[in-house]
Ligand binder design. Structure first.
Ligand SMILES: C[S@@+](CC[C@H](N)C(=O)[O-])C[C@H]1O[C@@H](n2cnc3c(N)ncnc32)[C@H](O)[C@@H]1O
Length: 250
């Protein structure tokens, strides 16, 4: 779908009661988009890449910047983390890597601005996802750090969420993550992450940045249930977990 078509669609269509209009920014997998659609919400994914989720009719293959000017009930964003992680910090050493490092600093500046564009969007409910990285010091600490193994997928991947107007996600199905791969250096890495080294660079990055199914489902269910509940964040936090689970499964 083109941005222009989406604008026309928005101007002509009226949403049914309880249906939310959600932008899932920087999502080619459509993992969260599809979960939101299953719940009946009007979700659209947007990415520079074509979608790999099988629903081009819900995908805008374009720069997301223009879409942020539209009125959304909720925005879920997965901005690129290549220049925001701490693991690559040594590549920013200008004395050692010269022009390449200078370019990396510029790319990092751009990545920070891009990330903050979502935080500044005119929307009451925003969630921004990224691995542990420099945004914690450049901007603010994330509201929570989650792992796929808290949501039924036996994998480890520390995932930060910066939230506006939304509650922290509740772990719904904690499973055991497999043993990490250990290296001769003494360092270790989640095995699924280490195994991705076998893939070509582009595929590796795509695989590592995909949202796990359990997290995707819980982002969709928990955030939309909270919004539909009409409760304040304080009142929501005071609900017993059994009551929240009852709401999630309704
Ligand atoms: C870290 S990946 C997130 C992938 C996501 N978790 C998924 O499951 O599809 C970041 C994504 O941002 C996309 N991207 C980068 N710049 C963008 C832009 N200006 N507008 C829209 N998407 C962009 C990239 O193509 C990439 O797919």
């Amino acid at each position: 779908m083109l941005v222009e078509d989406l604008i026309i669609h928005f101007s002509k269509s009226v949403l049914l009661d309880g249906v939310l209009r959600v932008l899932v920014a920087c999502e080619e997998s459509q993992a969260v988009t599809k979960e939101l659609r299953k719940l009946g919400h009007e979700a659209f994914s947007c990415d520079l890449l074509p979608e790999s989720g099988g629903h081009p009719e819900w995908h805008i293959q374009d720069d997301v910047t223009e879409l942020l000017k539209l009125k959304w009930d909720m925005i879920i964003a997965f901005p690129p983390c290549t220049y925001l992680t701490v693991t690559g910090n040594r590549w920013f050493n200008v004395q050692k890597y010269g022009e390449k490092a200078i370019q990396r600093h510029k790319d990092r500046e751009f990545a920070i601005k891009f990330f903050k564009m979502f935080a500044d969007a005119n929307c009451d409910y925003i969630a921004i996802e990224n691995p542990v990285g420099i945004m914690s010091s450049e901007w603010r600490k994330p509201n929570q750090i989650i792992n796929p193994y808290q949501f039924g997928d036996p994998f480890e991947k520390k995932t930060c969420l910066w939230l506006k107007g939304l509650p922290k996600l509740e772990a719904t199905n904690i499973v055991e993550p497999p043993k990490r791969t250990e290296f001769a250096s003494g360092k270790s890495m989640p095995t699924w992450y280490a195994d991705a080294w076998k893939l070509p660079k582009e595929e590796r990055a795509k695989l590592r940045s995909k949202t796990f199914d359990g997290i995707a489902k819980n982002i969709a269910v928990q955030f939309t249930c909270f919004i539909k509940s009409g409760l304040s964040l304080l009142d929501w936090d005071e609900l017993h977990i059994s009551e929240k689970n009852r709401i999630f499964t309704q």
